[in-house]
Design a protein around this ligand. Structure first.
Ligand SMILES: [Zn+2]
Length: 665
């Protein structure tokens, strides 16, 4: 699913808004950290228990036979539920259905059953006792006006003066319009949706259209059949005076699958251009993730009145035919529909994967630079994420579908995993996950994805999942380095990597690429950063003059790099006069930590304005001896400070010094 607002790849509005929200989100996060948050293991323990529906039954089949009228807005339904008993001696069970409906009757084997409908549960007494594994079938006759929850689970809308009726059940809204076991954890093996509506309207749903029956009374019935496993929230209807337009996905020399588009007539000519891109989208994802999962049936797109998209199985609903949105929802056919998150806590398995797939699609069609730009945008949004990607409290729809958290940061996690395991292993992991017995055409939790990833990678990734899925925030690195000659044009580079500001986890363990540029060329080495304050030595040919930390931008991070320029052994603390001074727009501040401090001492370099208020903290990290250079203002503040006198103060161990500088404009 995707709310359009959060969407457009190039949306400047989005970037501006994320920027405005950044400081708010940041301060929220920080206050949370300071109050001392739990470890990820504790967070998992306080998770809300997933909603199992009635765990005494296992649904095998749904048939929705719905008659919908527009004036008045009304639904008359006949829903068949086939289910297996999970107990021996099962004599009653319940389905979820909102209270507003009237139940006319419930039948099983032609006999009327007794029932109680209250608190959005339809409790049904069966005609006999059922053994474990035994299948029973009930048919529920009901009618009324569907309610609406979440993003608008059922709507009687309009466009250009014509009726439009649609559903969008995710996450909790299927039971707003039909009786079901309202949890993604229990997929039906197949489903049918029959829709009777006015003859001026066309009805789209999951699977293949078997037939359209003219009822001879001004209505007709669309009989849709889906033969793949399906989660309750992916069963949908979309009804309007559509223009029906078909493309084909040619998956072999002689075979093709239809792509059927249901478009508001007034939008068809402006939408055709992006609709025609969908066959190639399916081909691209099939190449990366394995064949399109519902090849026996179709892919479809149906326009609806909600400003976004929803990945209904084989029939995505879209507010408009935007290429980004189409790419996002199509990717869900693999990640979301074929492999479905088992519970809403793991929604990133749907949304992070679909958001990441947008970068895959545009990277493939427009080049690696576009992939990198999209990942940078995801990272920018991910910095606003509050809480872990794993959603502890799923009672709020906004929590589950928080763009920064489960979409953008989820996508960034996949990009980081790609950085750790390498391209070919990464795509092998995605393909294996999408075809894994027990997960494909079924449901998965984060631990399932983790175990597939570990199996393919051949090594534990628990540190990675613990930090990034169950932990919060992202690493803040402070890096300093120096080098000295140790042999025949061989240099020893000492890297000091420190992480600050986090508590859950306290620091992130990550393999990090370091690019060292020397007089004889560039070298990239990967170091494992697994301590909060870590010193790493690297031997290198040629005199190093520059280092780049994470040059391929694999890690969601903040970073400041300080190069230690003084290779002699400093004996005393010093804080030098900044240069240039006065300055505009930026200046350099240099200070020295003497050699008697063998380990690390806490160092702070703080900027104050003339009123004594703190303007910036340039350094707040443990450092070892050396001479360090820092620029002021930091990149994001250049041009934003008013001219005047500023003070910079160094606090290092017991050492204190303060100096004055002048910004002129
Ligand atoms: Zn989505």
């Amino acid at each position: 699913m995707n709310r359009k607002f959060f969407f457009s790849k190039a949306s400047l509005i989005f970037l501006l808004l994320s920027f405005c929200q950044y400081s708010i989100a940041q301060s929220l996060t920080e206050s949370k950290i300071k109050s001392g948050v739990h470890k990820y293991s504790d967070l998992m323990k306080i998770s809300k228990v997933l909603y199992p529906g009635d765990s005494t039954i296992d649904v095998t089949y749904y048939k929705l036979n719905l008659t919908l009228t527009y004036s008045p807005n009304y639904l008359k339904g006949i829903v068949t539920v086939n289910a297996k008993s999970n107990l021996s001696g099962l004599n009653s069970f319940f389905l979820d259905l909102q209270n507003a409906f009237t139940i006319d009757s419930i039948l099983s084997n032609g006999k009327k059953l007794t029932f109680i409908h209250s608190n959005a549960k339809l409790n049904i007494a069966l005609d006999k006792n059922y053994n474990a594994g035994e299948i029973f079938s009930v048919v529920i006759y009901y009618e009324g006006v569907p309610g609406s929850s979440g993003f608008g689970s059922f709507a009687f809308g309009s466009h250009a003066g014509s009726p439009a009726i649609w559903s969008l059940s995710e996450p909790y809204g299927a039971s707003d319009w039909w009786p079901c076991k309202d949890t993604p954890a229990d997929k039906a093996d197949s489903s049918d949706v029959w829709i009777t509506c006015d003859k001026s309207l066309t009805a789209a749903s999951n699977g293949i259209l078997q037939t359209v029956v003219d009822n001879g009374n001004g209505t007709h019935t669309f009989e849709w059949k889906n033969s793949y496993p399906i989660a309750q929230y992916l069963i949908s209807i979309a009804i309007s005076n559509y223009t029906v337009y078909k493309n084909y996905y040619d998956y072999s020399v002689s075979d093709s699958m239809p792509i059927t588009n249901y478009v508001y007539p007034e939008d068809f000519s402006s939408s055709k251009y992006t609709i025609d891109k969908v066959p190639n989208m399916i081909k691209i994802y099939s190449d990366y993730y394995g064949q399109y999962p519902f090849l026996r049936e179709k892919y479809g797109q149906a326009q609806f009145g909600w400003g976004g998209g929803m990945e209904h199985q084989t029939i995505t609903s879209l507010g408009d035919f935007d290429e980004d949105l189409e790419a996002h929802e199509l990717a869900h056919q693999w990640f979301g529909d074929m492999v479905t998150c088992k519970d809403w806590q793991d929604i990133w398995l749907n949304e992070g994967f679909a958001t990441y797939s947008e970068a895959i699609y545009f990277g493939t069609t427009q080049g690696e630079n576009v992939y990198n730009q999209m990942i940078s945008q995801d990272m920018q949004a991910a910095r606003n994420a509050v809480g872990s990607i794993y959603v502890q409290d799923i009672s709020s729809v906004d929590n589950i579908f928080d763009y920064s958290r489960t979409y953008a940061k989820g996508a960034v996690v996949l990009h980081m995993l790609r950085g750790i395991v390498g391209d070919s292993t990464f795509f092998k992991i995605l393909r294996s996950y999408a075809s894994y017995p027990g997960l494909a055409y079924n449901v998965a939790a984060t631990s399932d994805f983790e175990s597939v990833a570990e199996k393919i990678y051949g090594s534990s990734l628990s540190y990675f999942f613990n930090e990034w899925i169950y932990g919060e925030n992202y690493p803040h690195y402070q890096v300093s380095w120096n080098s000295h000659l140790i042999g025949n044009n061989v240099y020893d580079v000492t890297l000091n990597i420190s992480q600050t500001d986090n508590s859950n986890p306290l620091f992130f363990t990550m393999p990090i690429q370091i690019k060292i540029s020397t007089s004889v060329g560039d070298t990239i080495v990967t170091v494992l950063n697994d301590q909060q304050d870590q010193k790493i030595d690297i031997s290198i040919n040629g005199e190093p003059n520059y280092i780049d930390f994470d040059p391929n931008n694999f890690i969601l991070k903040d970073i400041s790099i300080m190069d230690s320029i003084d290779l002699t052994k400093p004996k005393t603390f010093s804080l030098e006069q900044n240069y240039p001074n006065p300055f505009n727009p930026a200046t350099t501040i240099e200070y020295t930590i003497p050699v008697q401090y063998k380990g690390y001492i806490p160092v702070k370099l703080i900027i104050y304005n003339i009123l004594g208020s703190e303007v910036d903290v340039l350094v707040n990290v443990n450092q070892s001896s050396g001479t360090y250079r820092v620029s002021f203002p930091s990149k994001d503040k250049i041009g934003k400070l008013s001219s005047g006198v500023y003070f910079y103060a160094l606090f290092a161990g017991n050492y204190r010094d303060i100096k004055k500088m002048v910004l002129t404009k």
